[in-house]
Design a protein around this ligand. Structure first.
Ligand code: EPS
Length: 387
C-alpha cells in the first residue's frame, strides 16, 4: 500500500480539487486542524490583493465519515472565491462575450514554454494551472497526511530562514515546541530581529517594484529509522523529498541536512558518529545528515531546506516578445505577491508530510490505522528503538 495524491484546478477557475488515495481506515481527522493548515498557507507579509479575497476552507467530498477515514479515496474541494470575478474569462463552457487573450509571456514563468508545448495562443491557458494557487490543494492533501503522521508520532514544521538577502541565524537545537507560536511572525521566521529586517526588506523592495525570493526549512520529528530504502533509486527518501520540494512553484534548489556545507569539509567533519546507551538506544550527537543516510531516515530529525526564486510576475515587467506579433514588448503585468516564501514554507511542510506518509504506508501497510500502529510497534521492538 502506498499513498498517492493528485490535484486539479486553475487559479481563477471555479475551484481546486485534491484526491488522496491510500489512507488507512479508522484514522480520526480534525476538521479544525485541516482549516487551520489552509489559513496558515495564506499568511505572510508580502502577499498581494488576492489573499484578501480568498479564505480557504476544505470541503471533504468523500472518504471520510463522521470524522474518520473509510479507507477509500478522500476527495477535497477548495473553492476559488475570486471565480465570480472571472466567470466570463474562466468559464468551463462557451460564453457570449469577447474574452481577450494574453500574448505577453513572463520571463521565469511557465507562460512561453507551456504555450508552445500545448499549442495555446492564449498564455492564460498555461498560467492558470502553473499558478501557485494550486498549492492550496497540496496543503489540503498535506493536512490529511499530517493527520496520519500525527497518529504514528511524527510532526512536521517549517520556518523561513532567508528572504532576499536577509538571513536568520542557523539553529541546530530546534524542537517541535519551538514552532508553537511561529505563525504569529509576519514572515514565519524564528528570529525576532531577522523577522523585522525581512519585513523591512519586503517593504523596501516592493516600493522598488521588485519581487523577492528566499529560503525555508522543513523539519520532521519523531521518525523511526529505516523509512525509505537504500535498495533502489526510486525508493530513496532523499530523492523523493527532493522531487516533492522542487515541484513547488518557484523552488529552484533543495538541500538535505548540511548538504552544501559538508561538500566543502573533510570527511571527519561531515558525518554523524554513532552512539548507543542503555537509556537512549541508538543516537547521534550531531545531525549533519539531516536525519537521512543511504536514502533512509536514521531516527534523527529530518532537515530539508529549499531555495525559492523571486516571483516572476513583476510590477515593473521584464522584456519579452508578443507571441502573436513577435514584436518586442514587456511581459504582462498582473496583480501579484511580492514574496511567497512564508506561504511556500507551509506548502513545503505539506509536501514533506505527503512523502513521509507515503513511505510510512509502504513500510507498515495495514488497512486500518490500528494495523499500522501494531506494525510500527512491532518494528520498534525488533530494532530496539527507544524513542
Ligand atoms: C499567483 C498570483 C496571485 C497569487 C496566487 C499565485 O494570484 P492573482 O493572480 O489572483 O493575484 O495570489 O496565489 C494564490 C491565489 C494562492 O492562493 O496562493 C501566481 O501567479 O502564481
Amino acid at each position: 500500500m502506498t499513498l498517492r495524491f493528485t490535484t486539479a484546478g486553475e487559479s481563477h477557475g471555479p475551484g481546486l480539487v485534491a484526491i488522496v488515495e491510500g489512507m488507512p481506515a479508522g484514522l480520526e481527522l480534525d476538521r479544525e486542524a485541516l482549516d487551520l493548515e489552509m489559513a496558515r498557507r495564506q499568511l505572510g507579509h508580502g502577499r498581494g490583493g488576492r489573499m484578501k479575497i480568498e479564505s480557504d476552507a476544505v470541503e471533504v467530498r468523500s472518504g471520510v465519515r463522521h470524522g474518520r477515514t473509510l479507507g477509500s479515496p478522500i476527495a477535497v474541494l477548495v473553492a476559488n472565491r475570486d471565480y465570480p470575478n472571472w466567470e466570463e474569462r474562466m468559464n468551463p463552457w462557451p460564453v457570449n462575450a469577447q474574452v481577450e487573450e494574453s500574448h505577453l509571456p513572463r520571463p521565469g514563468h511557465a507562460d512561453l514554454a507551456g504555450a508552445l508545448k500545448f499549442g495555446h495562443s492564449d498564455v492564460r491557458n498555461v498560467l492558470e494551472r502553473a499558478s501557485a494557487r494550486e498549492t492550496a490543494a497540496r496543503v489540503a492533501a498535506g493536512s490529511i497526511a499530517k493527520g496520519f503522521l500525527s497518529a504514528v508520532g511524527v510532526s512536521v514544521h517549517s520556518h523561513v530562514i532567508q528572504i532576499a538577502s536577509v538571513g536568520a541565524p542557523q539553529r541546530d537545537d530546534l524542537t517541535p515546541e519551538d514552532f508553537a507560536d511561529l505563525d504569529s511572525s509576519p514572515v514565519r521566521c524564528l528570529d525576532a530581529a531577522a523577522s523585522e529586517a525581512m519585513v523591512r526588506e519586503i517593504d523596501r523592495l516592493r516600493k522598488e517594484n521588485e519581487s523577492l525570493g528566499g529560503k525555508f526549512e522543513v523539519r520532521a520529528f519523531g521518525l523511526v529509522p529505516g523509512i525509505g530504502s537504500h535498495v533502489s533509486w526510486s525508493e530513496k527518501l532523499d530523492g523523493r523529498l527532493a522531487q516533492a520540494i522542487c515541484s513547488i512553484q518557484s523552488v529552484k534548489g533543495v538541500s538535505l541536512g548540511e548538504a552544501w556545507e559538508v561538500a566543502g569539509r573533510p570527511g571527519s567533519e561531515a558525518h554523524d558518529e554513532i552512539f548507543w546507551s542503555e537509556e537512549r538506544g541508538w543516537y547521534r550527537e550531531t545531525n549533519r545528515a539531516g536525519g537521512l543516510e543511504g536514502g533512509m531516515t536514521n531516527g534523527e530529525p529530518l532537515v530539508v531546506q529549499a531555495a525559492i526564486k523571486p516571483i516572476s510576475t513583476l510590477t515593473q515587467p521584464l522584456r519579452s516578445v508578443d507571441t502573436e506579433t513577435k514584436q518586442p514588448t514587456q511581459a504582462m503585468r498582473e496583480r501579484t505577491d511580492s514574496t511567497v516564501v512564508p506561504a511556500a514554507a507551509v506548502v513545503g511542510e505539506a509536501m514533506v508530510a505527503l512523502v513521509l506518509a507515503a513511505a510510512y504506508r509502504e513500510k507498515f501497510g495495514g488497512d486500518h490505522i490500528d494495523d499500522v500502529l501494531a506494525a510500527l510497534s512491532a518494528y520498534k521492538e525488533r530494532i530496539g528503538w527507544r524513542r
